[in-house]
Write a protein that binds this ligand. Sequence first.
Ligand code: MV4
Length: 489
Amino acid sequence: MIKKILIANRGEIACRIIRACNEMSIKAVAVYSDVDVDSPHVLMADQAVNIGSANPSESYLNFDKIINAAKETGADAIHPGYGFLSENGAFAQYVKESDLIFIGPEADTIKSMGDKAESKQMMFEAGVPTIPGSDGELVGNIDSIARDIGYPLMVKAAAGGGGKGMRVVRNEGELDSSIEAAKNEARNSFGNDTLILEKFLDNPRHIEVQILGDKNGNIVHLYERECSIQRRHQKIIEESPSPAITNKFRKKMGEAAVKAAKAANYSNAGTVEFLYQEGEFYFLEMNTRLQVEHGVTEMVCGIDIVKWQIRVAQGESLTFSQKDIKQRGHSIECRIYAEDPSRGFLPTPGFIRKMILPEGPGVRNDVGVSEAQEITSSYDPLLAKLVVWDSDRGSAIQRMDLALSNFVILGLITNQPFLRDIMKNESFQKASFSTNFIDENFKDWDFPALDPQVLALALLSSKASQAQISSSAESYSPWSNNRGWRQGV
Ligand code: MV4
């Protein structure tokens, strides 16, 4: 039995994992870099260990610092969260060799899913639909392979992922130069210049399926998440269920995801990503970690994914089977970033002077920052995830809009007003969008003009004005005024 878990991460996901530990009466050990000494994850944990300077390679990415912290504190297991070391197969292996439990899949599974050529080949052989193209490593007469696939096509780095090392090739004339450029980029970024070629889908949706497996061969899926609202491979809004697919299709996709997971000998939580276009879906990649957007799945399925990660990691079997898992209602997540959507989404470091979180039925805040904390540009600009649940999509959008209107962070600019505008967008409301949605609809987005009166209210950080903001109904909210004001000023 796991008695103590070291969380090799920071921010909201570290807080989320500590909460699961608390509920399971497992001790939680935080690690932190010098700049994170006052971070919420440090204060929430039972113990905390400083592991070095802000530079991730000296702290959150440093194998030995993390293993030593685990040994020093007597932890039995390490949860990597997402990002950092979460999909590093060598780290998972090192954890195991250090007689600690890695809360995630086996190192070999992480390694094979990290290679696009290998994972695609494996899925193709298992009968999971893949995008037509060169299967496995790109060898032989590339011109003729490309002609067989047909233009436009896409060249991707096998070691890539999340959009790195990718290029669209429109015609034969561009092929050689695109391959050369992708090769160089891949070699420089990943130290591996293996490429794959595939048909380019120009207007796809990104739909992914959550899977969960134990170490005794049981694998289930927790249905899908729609993740098409993103820009430059950074997701902004996710929801479950996907409004784009029928129940029959949903079943097919879920079964394909379980097939993929079985082929990869999967245990623990994972995600099978698909592209969906014109009624067909295709395997894209498999993410061998807990994902940022796991919360929307938890809300509709009523299953705590983090707790199950811990249970299956210590050898417990799943206590439910596929037929027991139902999607109920609709959940939406908005990611609150310290970014300025009017200036190319540039990071907006600063001090959080005031933070007021929305509450109410069906409102969940997964937050990793607190008042008086400095947000530096050392790490990911994700501040919080606002997740809502309601009985249907329309009600969930309304609930999210109200929750956003009552979400206040003063001291730095966030994307909160941008998120509200997405909630009000007709194509979003009609669920008519693809991965091109932000580019198509919000290219020249700007903050509403300043309203001096509302601004004055915000600047009056007296107890009275705070009380008014926090207890305000929609009509009193500083966000509700169309004339608006600029957050963070
Ligand atoms: C594609 C594609 C179109 N056609 N592959 C982007 C991330 C990487 N994991 C794969 N990606 C894509 N692969 C083919 N054959 C379009 C994308 C893509 C995308 C995918 C999911 C979510 C957002 C995206 C935004 C741009 C491009």
